[in-house]
Design a binder for this molecule. Structure first.
Ligand SMILES: [Zn+2]
Length: 349
């Protein structure tokens, strides 16, 4: 007599995700179904994801329109695990990253002009859709960055936001080799900014706080170190001829305001550190010497690709602390403390 065999019901495969379920909520590590990529998307098996101060937009609900629960994370490094319909260039098994620029519409005026960075409908990974604080994520192909050989996932991850932001801000600043370029703040952004500035051939001045920071800044490639606690950095910059560019990375508008008088003729203050209060400046400070203040936000995935390639060529690497996904809350707290040396990276098991 035949026995009826009943196959066990197929369980949907699941993954671990670190989500925020409401504005101001804590990180919860939950099991979720592994998502399928739609047309024009790929699924990435995440290896590492950097923890960035702007993840607070999701954690604290600081932007309108975020749908919860949401998985933050816009410094993602991993491997393509599945591709959706219509995806031809990107292949399974390919190492890729996703940064802040999480997609653009290809239809707005800026996109038609090729200015994808300023797309009117730009998407941010980990904000517009679930990001990299999980074992798998889905991303549109226009957000992908190939990761070159010779770069570890844990190093590539922070380069996809902190790295590209400093690299792109400096290379678009107009500074030429030999120019006096100051990097204000030796932290998550600034420790990369000093390295890039050195490799770009600038005369590099690091501006930080304390003697120990100076030792590190010189090791990273600063030719001159100014301790803002014991010197007037703007006056010291003038003694060196005045800065052609000051890359302002530390989120202190007061410190940035105090540095404007360190600019030389035609000098430019490039602002990438975001504090909520105002930078204060008198018109005459800009008028005499034709000085400029400019803001800068990361860049396109193509610029991220340039960043990663340059890091392989030049040896620039982030300094990182790693935490497993299960300890995401601790990793986030460490990033917020400002004590991390310097970028915090979540790794998947
Ligand atoms: Zn657009």
């Amino acid at each position: 007599m035949a026995t009826l065999r009943v196959a066990p019901r197929a369980e949907a495969a699941t993954m671990k995700s670190a989500q925020i379920s409401k504005p101001g909520g804590d990180f919860e590590v939950v099991e979720r179904p592994i998502p399928e990529p739609d047309a024009g998307h790929v699924r990435i098996k995440v290896k590492a994801c950097g923890v960035c101060h702007s993840d607070a937009f999701v954690k604290e609900g600081m932007l309108p329109g975020i749908q919860y629960p949401r998985v933050p994370g816009h410094e993602v490094a991993g491997v393509i695990d599945e591709v959706g319909n219509g995806v031809s260039v990107w292949k399974r098994g390919q190492r890729v990253g996703v940064g802040w620029h999480g997609g653009h519409d290809n239809t707005c005026r800026e996109c038609r002009r090729g200015d994808f960075r300023n797309c009117r409908n730009v998407k941010v990974s980990g904000i517009s859709y679930d990001g990299g604080y999980q074992e798998y994520m889905v991303a549109p192909v226009e957000a992908l960055v190939p990761i070159p050989d010779g770069l570890d996932d844990t190093d590539a991850a922070p380069l996809l936001d902190a790295g590209i932001t400093t690299y792109n801000a400096l290379r678009n600043s107009g500074a030429m080799p030999g120019d006096l370029v100051a990097v204000q703040g030796i932290g998550g952004l600034g420790h990369l900014g000093v390295q890039f500035a050195n490799k770009f051939g600038y005369h590099v001045v690091a501006i930080g706080r304390g003697v120990e920071t100076g030792v590190l800044a010189r090791r990273l490639g600063a030719h001159v170190y100014l301790d803002s606690q014991t010197t007037n950095a703007a006056q010291e910059l003038q003694k060196l001829g005045g800065a052609d560019v000051i890359l302002a990375t530390a989120p202190s508008s007061k410190a940035m305001s105090a540095l404007i008088d360190g600019l030389g003729p035609n000098g430019k203050l490039v602002v990438i550190g975001a504090a909520p209060d105002s930078i204060e400046i008198a018109p005459a400070q800009l008028i005499f010497g034709s000085k400029t203040i400019q803001g800068w936000a990361a860049g396109t995935p193509a610029a991220s690709e340039d960043t990663l390639k340059f890091c392989v060529l030049s040896g620039v690497r982030p300094m990182i602390e790693t935490y497993p996904l299960e300890r995401t809350a601790e990793a986030y707290a460490r990033m917020l403390s400002g004590d991390a040396q310097f970028r915090v990276v979540i790794t998947m098991g």
